[in-house]
Ligand binder design. Structure first.
Ligand SMILES: *[C@@H]1O[C@H](CO)[C@@H](O)[C@H](O)[C@H]1NC(C)=O
Ligand SMILES: *[C@@H]1O[C@H](CO)[C@@H](O)[C@H](O)[C@H]1NC(C)=O
Ligand SMILES: *[C@@H]1O[C@H](CO)[C@@H](O)[C@H](O)[C@H]1NC(C)=O
Length: 471
């Protein structure tokens, strides 16, 4: 009987020791932090292993929380025995769930949810139940690769489950190395290793603590997990954190954008100005260089100039000589009959011999009828003759704001779009001439033009000669 009591009490003490182990687990090896925000106090394991029938505890060590809730596979504690035998350990402020004898159905995902008034943290531990001690050590935690600044403190941790070893002089162990120097990181004031184990040394790990990080500390660290007969290496890389990158990881290139916009605006402006200044000239040059030549089409004249008696001087003494002498065109001239109705028949024959009709559009050409209807009619008649019509407008056209459509659904305004209209100054500007030439047939050579450009005032026009061209 005494024997029995002794055995019982021995069993109780052992069990208590194990339970005491779980009681103190969350008190030791905690992060060195002060502050009142809710956080885990040590590295929470990711996977946990247990041998069938042995003691097992799972931990979520934390501080400054209001409550910890446990879930298994999404189901809140307490769990039916058919799902899990693990129970809360309230003395440890619910940071731990445990069972004295683990069974297969205890395996699964255990999630702890920490809450305070504002924040929720959750962590899941996968519990695997093994029938026997595994040959290879099973990793329960290894620190991730880290980026740290010089001067900061850091702690790396690796831990594995190896099971109980029943050999004398043999034990499980985890040791940190630095890869480029194959010696063990010896314990100094700045760098030290701290071993830890739980559940009768079945789960074992080592902290590598580096204070006041120096440039030579960056590199690859290796945690070598040793179980008799087997060694496993885990690596963690430690890189320097670049502070500048951190402050502004992805700056918006506002200065570049601004410069680009200014450049684009200047370019546009330059293009606009150049176009204003040289656009007409370039177009003219392009047309004369590449435009189709209208030759050998059976026509005699490049243009037929139509004018009223009042505009005769302009037609014969300004327009005609310039076209013929400076621009190398051959032009015919004809005075318009006073009645628009007579134009078709009178002009029919001569228009057939010309490539263009240049109509000097002024009130006198229309017998003084400077209204939209008369202008429309005149333009329609001349346009129907065949050659492209160029209207040189000597006076401001009457307002076309309230113009009514005629029976063809047309207005003067719409008709003016279909013919070439040039506002003609007196005396004509260089722009007027270029506009006119742009609408004339293409000319590859201006042999006379260059000579005459040298002596623009010496141009004499023999009126008789011009009249020879009259058709
Ligand atoms: C611990 O868990 C019990 C049962 O779920 C609950 O009543 C108690 O409030 C919890 N205590 C803490 C500190 O979370
Ligand atoms: C437990 O979690 C792992 C990883 O998240 C998942 O693959 C597995 O299906 C989960 N098991 C259960 C029973 O929810
Ligand atoms: C340590 O590294 C040096 C060269 O880096 C090598 O010669 C030596 O054999 C290594 N020692 C051990 C014990 O691996």
């Amino acid at each position: 009987m005494t024997m029995f009591i002794a055995v019982i009490s021995l069993f109780c003490v052992t069990a208590l020791q194990v339970v005491l182990g779980i009681e103190t687990y969350c008190l030791n090896n905690n992060y060195v932090t002060n502050g009142t925000h809710m956080q885990f106090t040590k590295e929470p394991s990711v996977e946990e292993f247990a041998i069938l029938g042995t003691f097992k505890g799972l931990h979520c060590c934390a501080k400054n929380y209001r409550s910890i809730e446990w879930y298994k596979n999404g189901k809140p504690y307490p769990w039916p025995l058919t799902s899990s035998q693990l129970i809360l350990y309230p003395e440890d402020a619910n940071q731990t769930v445990y069972t004295k004898s683990v069974s297969e159905k205890d395996a699964g995902n255990y999630t702890c949810i920490l809450r305070n008034d504002t924040v929720v943290h959750s962590h899941t531990i996968i519990l695997k139940v093994l029938a026997k001690v595994p040959d290879e050590p099973q990793v329960t935690y290894v620190s991730r690769d880290a980026e740290v600044a010089i001067g900061a403190n850091l702690r790396l941790f690796c831990e594995a489950f190896g099971g109980r070893i029943d050999l004398p002089d043999a034990h499980n162990e985890a040791i940190w190395f630095k890869m480029d120097s194959n010696r063990t990181l010896s314990n100094g004031t700045r760098i030290r290793q701290e071993k830890t184990s739980r559940e009768d040394d079945q789960t074992f790990g080592t902290y590598l603590i580096i204070n006041d990080i120096q440039p030579e500390d960056f590199g690859i660290y290796v945690c070598t997990i040793k179980k008799p007969g087997i060694t496993k290496n885990l690596t963690v890389s430690l890189r320097q954190k670049v502070m500048v990158e951190y402050i502004n990881p992805n700056p918006f290139p506002i200065e570049k954008m601004l410069l680009l916009m200014i450049a684009a605006t200047l370019l546009l402006l330059a293009f606009f100005v150049l176009n204003l200044r040289f656009g007409l000239e370039l177009r003219l040059k392009y047309k004369n260089t590449f435009g189709p030549l209208e030759e050998e089409d059976g026509k005699i004249n490049d243009a037929l100039i139509l004018y009223s008696g009042k505009d005769e001087d302009m037609a014969l003494n300004i327009l005609l000589p310039k076209l013929e002498v400076d621009y190398n065109y051959k032009a015919g001239c004809k005075r318009l009959p006073s009645s628009v109705d007579a134009w078709i028949t009178e002009l029919h024959a001569s228009s057939k011999k010309s490539r263009r009709i240049i109509f000097i559009l002024s009130p006198s050409a229309l017998n003084g009828n400077w209204d939209t209807a008369t202008i429309y009619k005149a333009i329609k008649v001349l346009d129907s003759l065949g050659p492209s019509l160029i209207c040189l407008v000597l006076e401001k056209l009457p307002t076309m704001k309230h113009e009514l459509k005629n029976s063809q659904g047309e207005t003067l305004k719409s008709t003016l779009y279909s013919v070439d209209v040039i506002d003609w100054n007196n005396p004509p500007s260089e722009k007027c001439w270029k506009n006119l030439c742009l609408r004339m047939p293409a000319r590859r050579h201006f042999g006379l033009s260059e000579q005459n450009a040298q002596r623009p005032n010496k141009r004499t026009v023999n009126r008789q000669e011009s009249l020879d061209n009259l058709v």
